[in-house]
Structure formats: C-alpha cells, structure tokens
Design a binder for this molecule. Structure first.
Ligand code: ADP
Ligand code: MG
Length: 625
C-alpha cells in the first residue's frame, strides 16, 4: 500500500478568534507589543540611516488616549511601511518583519541588530484585537518616494486599504477600543501598564490624555537602564536610586551585584540583596526579567532556583525569549545556563565580600544567613563555594565559620569531641551547660529551630572534603565534656530516690522521663536534661516542615549530679524519713531548675513551681528564725 501524504490546512476564519483569545493570557500585553513594534521601527530607521550616513530625528513613541472617541493611538517616527509591506507584515499572520530585518542586516554585515530588535514571532500585532474593535494603521515609509497608506481591519479576516495624507515618516496605530479594553481608556491604567512593561525601553515614550483638562505630555520611561551602564561609572547612590525606583516599598538594599556577560549568552542585570522585613513574608518575585529592555515577567521561577528568588533586581537577556507562553521557558536550554551563571556570580560576590570586608558580611548575615543556608541545600555549586562561609554565633557572641569553630576547640577537648560541632539550640538547650563549657574554654554554636536542623543534616549528609563532621547537641556533648566519670557511694540511692519521686509507678511519666546519676565537674549544677539526639533532630525537622504529627513529647533523661550539695542533702532528708515531703519538694525543684534553664516550663508546671518554691522557702526559713 502506498502512503498517502497531506498537510493540515488552517482556515484563517476559524483561527483568528482563537489567537485573539488565547495567544496572550493578559489583555495588557497589547501595550507591550505595540509599543515594542514602534520602538523596533525607530531602531530600524536609525540602523538604516546610520549605515547610509544620514541624519534622522530623535526617535519617540507617542501614546494618546481619547476617552470620548474611545481611541488609543500609538505613533512612532520609525521606519514606516509601504502598502506592500503592510500587506506582507501586518496582514500576513505569523510573518515577522523583525526576523526578516535581522536577517537582512546580518547579510550586510550588521550582526548587532539581533540584540536590538525586540520582535520575533510575528504575532505581537494581533494582540491589538484583544482590546480593539477596529484597528487602523496609517503609515508612511522612509523609502524615498513612498506613498502613505491607511489600513483598516475590524477584527475579522477582512481588511481594506484607503488613502492617507500622512506626511511624516512613521506609523500611527489607532485602536477603537471595545468593551474588553475600556479600562485602558483610563490614563492611569495605561500609565501603570506602560510603567510595567515599557519602563526601560530604549526610546522615549510619551503619554497624553487629550480629553483631560490640563492635557500635557509625559515621558514615562527611562531609555538607558542602569544595568546597561558601565559599572565603573556608577556610584552607590545610583544603585540605591535605581532600587528605589524598582521597589519603592523596600528598605535600602544591603549590597548588590552587577551582572554583565557576553558569552556564551548575553545577559546584563543588577541583583540586590534586600534587607529582610520581619513583618512581611518573603516575596519571591523580586527579580524582574527583561528582554532587550522590555519587561517580560516577574515570575522567575522557571529561570532561577527558588533561593535566588529572595533577591531583588532586574535581569535583561536576549536569551530569555519574549515568549508567547511562559511555560516554554522551562524547556529552554539557555535558561539553565543563565541560572548557573547567576548562581555562581552570586556565590562569588558573597565570597568576595567575606574576604574583603568581613565586618560588612557579618552585619548582613542576619539578613542573608537564611538565604545562604537555603542556597547551600538547594544548589551543589553554590554549596561548594559558600558552605565554608556560613556563620554561626558562638558562646562569646562572635560569628564564626565551621572551620573557625573547629580551630577554637582547645587541645584538651579535641580528642573527646572527635570531629563534632557542638550546637546549642537557642531557648531549648541548657544555658547552664553552655556556661560550664565556656568555663572550660569550649565554645558551642547557636542554632535556630527552623533552617538549622536541615542545614546541619545537609552538612552531615553531603560531605565537603575528607573528614565528615557531625553536629552534636550540647546535652549530648556535656556527657563527654563535663562529666568527671567517677562514681560516688550515693549514686545508686540518689537514682532510686529521684526515680521514685519523679516517676513512681506512673506509666505515662515513665515513657517520658528517665533518671541517671553522673558526676559533673561543676558541683554547683544539680541536674540537666538530656534528650535522645536522633529523635530530637527528627522531631525538629518535621516540626519545621509544618508537620505536627510527630510533635509528641520526647523522652528526656534527667542527669543528676551527686556532687551537688542540694542533691546530697535531699537524699539525707529522704533517708532520715521524718521530712520526706521536703525531700520530695527539693527533688521536683531540681527537675524544674533543669527545665527552666533549657526549654522552660509549661504554664501548669510554672504554677506548681511557684507554689512549691514559696512553700520551700517558707519551710527553710523556719530553721533560721
Ligand atoms: P514581530 O514584531 O514579532 O515581528 P508583530 O506582529 O509584532 O511581529 O509585527 C509584525 C511586523 O509588522 C513587524 O515585524 C514589522 O515589520 C511590522 N510592524 C509592526 N508595527 C510596526 C510599526 N509601528 N512600524 C513599522 N513596522 C511595523
Ligand atoms: Mg512585535
């Protein structure tokens, strides 16, 4: 059997309404498309004039809105079109005059047109029909001797040409707005849309409301954005001003980084490290994407990894396509390269700051710490550079790297610590233990309950270098660092006594509390709590991921110090048998003190603690009066 071949035919009558409806998800895109066409037309005229060596007037795009006539006009003094060109470029769907122009310029040895011309797909013009019932194109080509022409279309496949008296080279597009576009007849709506998309377009854009009483023209854009300027010519104030313009509601940025690359892709941009506002959730749409100075999107999810979304700024790249559909970005091979480049640049600039201005780096740490740790976990390349610059606060309130921490451990403790970083979970760990360790010259690293459990696990799991360091909680480390190791004659009896009082026969308590007796160096300390570390870390992680299912209380062990006088006395009183109640009270008191110095007491426990303390002090004072 012979194969029968064919080609799918498209009936334009049917496809037109589909394009109108589905091509662009947002109506306001028509502003971007028509203004960028006008801007392209100006660039083209300038390019040709330059190559022929003659002067042309300064380019300008003018938008006029007329509420009474329900029209929006977009006029340029660009290249213009002949009737034949209108037929070819406008009336022929998906034929891009931009592509053709770039090719032509390349043929005559001008390769840079590729980076200057915005248009690409030959579909932008049709976005006009998303808001307009009627579109008129009145134009005069720059070709010497060309005749002006007027093209009119009512949003279906029919159009007509009429005569025009236009005498200036350029194009005027008049949209007679229908119900779908009425909002754009409002000057402020149009202004807002222009600001969004055309803020940095390369030619001046003027807006005029002809129906307003005090009608006056206003230039809405800045034709040379900061990212296009030479970084060496810019001051800190320039960057801060630019930041304020892009993000008027934000506090001053901490520092920034100017990106500029030509190969293997073209990209310019400025990324700012923002100051975090604790009262505002982190917004992850801080980076604006531009393509040849035309705003494309502030959704960078497909372009850079999550953690970079905390940064703010602008990225302009020819290689981020001014695309019809955002989702097409994901498959774009350039995007991956761009993303990797940005990650590397960000890491390198942080490293540079660390090495050149440690003080500033430390000052910024409060704001960037989360970002850096998150980045290390999310991206291997970033981790490779940045992990060694992650800072923790030590017991002396100094910010140190893991390496510096390691180096600070005294020789005497090195053997016992065996490549472990001791961490102290703020508000959860035993403050008294920390002080005791510090007295021995041993620092601990302060950690939070949110990102640090994850970061610690990341460091343990993904080794860097030869040795694999582990993190260990202060209560676990105290065992090896603070216990004397010898036993006293009372050990067993103290254990029995405490267990009987604190646990007794109560099975529910038994599951949560255990008692052990171990001599501590500091006899002033009566007891501390130890928690199974694996379980604790597991619980922290699930908790910080918002899962409460595992938030059941952990089993704690009360480590009682037999060398402490209070403990010894309590045992004596208990064994004498006359004032067993007092001994019990002291026992509970010791437990509460251990709680107090770590994660604190629940409101119920606190009430009991206060009542008992009062009773205790009262009882003891009797012996003195
Ligand atoms: P693209 O810009 O991607 O090429 P468009 O549909 O936006 O596609 O425009 C199609 C073509 O129509 C342009 O490439 C250009 O040749 C021509 N054109 C559109 N607007 C203008 C204008 N204001 N001045 C001159 N030519 C224009
Ligand atoms: Mg276009």
């Amino acid at each position: 059997m012979t194969a029968r071949k064919g080609s799918i035919s498209v009936k334009t009558n049917d496809i037109f309404p589909i394009i109108k409806k589905w091509l662009y998800s947002e109506h306001d895109i028509f502003v971007r498309e028509l203004v960028s066409n006008a801007s392209d037309a100006i660039t083209k005229r300038h390019t040709i004039a330059r190559s022929q060596g003659h002067e042309v007037p300064e380019g300008k795009v003018r938008l006029e809105v007329n509420k009474e006539n329900k029209t929006i006009t977009i006029e340029d003094n660009g290249i213009g079109m002949t009737e034949a060109e209108v037929e070819k470029y406008i009336a022929q769907l998906a034929f891009s005059g931009a592509e053709e122009f770039v090719q032509k310029m390349k043929d005559v040895g001008n390769a840079s047109a590729k980076d200057e011309i915005i248009g690409k797909f030959g579909l932008g013009f049709y976005s006009a029909f998303m808001v307009a019932e009627k579109v008129e194109v009145e134009t005069l080509s720059m070709t010497p001797g060309a005749a002006p022409t007027l093209w009119t279309c009512h949003g279906d496949t029919d159009y007509e040409f009429g005569s025009s008296t236009r005498s200036d080279v350029g194009t005027k597009i008049t949209l007679t707005v229908g119900p779908d576009g009425e909002e754009f007849l409002d000057r402020w709506k149009l202004h807002e849309t222009l600001t969004r998309y055309c803020d940095f377009m390369p030619h001046p854009i003027a807006l005029l409301d002809v129906t307003a009483k005090d009608a006056s023209e206003e230039i809405v854009n800045e034709t040379r954005p900061l990212w296009r300027k030479d970084p060496t010519s810019l001051t800190d104030e320039d960057y801060k001003t630019f930041y304020r313009k892009l993000f008027p509601m934000e506090q001053e940025p901490l520092f920034w980084l100017h990106l500029n690359v030509d190969h293997p892709f073209t990209l310019q941009g400025i990324l700012f490290f923002p100051k975090l506002n604790p009262n505002k959730p982190v917004q992850d749409n801080g980076i604006k994407l531009y393509c040849k100075q035309v705003f494309v999107s502030d959704n960078v999810k497909n372009v850079v990894p999550d953690f970079l979304g905390l940064l703010k700024g602008a990225i302009d790249s020819v290689d981020i396509p001014l695309n019809v559909s955002r989702s097409a970005l994901q498959g774009d091979p350039n995007i991956k390269k761009i993303s990797n480049y940005i990650i590397k640049k960000v890491a390198e600039s942080l490293k540079k700051l660390f090495n050149s201005d440690r003080e500033r780096f430390e000052k910024a740490w409060e704001d960037i710490g989360l970002f850096v740790k998150y980045g290390c976990m999310q991206d291997e390349k970033f981790d490779e550079i940045m992990r060694r610059f992650v800072l923790f606060k030590n017991s002396s309130e100094k910010l140190v790297t893991l390496e510096e921490y390691q180096a600070s451990v005294p020789e005497s403790a090195k053997e016992k610590l065996k490549e472990k970083y001791v961490y102290f979970e703020k508000n959860m760990s035993d403050e008294a233990l920390r002080r005791q360790l510090l007295a021995e010259g041993i620092q601990v690293l302060e950690t939070d309950q949110y990102i640090d459990p994850h970061f610690m696990q990341h460091c343990e799991y993904k080794k860097q270098g030869e040795t694999s360091f582990k993190f260990t909680a202060i209560d676990a480390a105290a065992e090896t660092l603070l216990e004397v190791g010898d036993t006293t004659a009372d050990d067993v009896r103290i254990k029995d006594f405490f267990k009987q009082v604190l646990v007794g026969e109560d099975k529910t308590i038994e599951g949560r509390l255990d008692v052990e007796v171990k001599s501590l160096k500091a006899s002033s300390s009566s007891a501390y709590f130890k928690v199974d570390e694996t379980m604790k870390r597991f619980q922290q992680m699930t908790k910080s991921m918002g899962q409460s299912a595992f938030a059941a209380p952990l089993k704690k062990t009360l480590i009682v110090n037999p060398r402490n006088t209070l403990v010894q006395n309590a045992l004596r009183i208990w064994e004498k048998g006359e004032k067993k109640e007092l001994a019990e009270k002291i026992c509970h008191h010791v437990q509460d003190l251990a709680s107090l110095s770590s994660e604190g007491l629940s409101s119920e426990e606190r009430e009991r603690f206060v009542a008992r303390s009062q009773a205790l002090v009262q009882e003891l004072s009797q012996f003195i009066v």
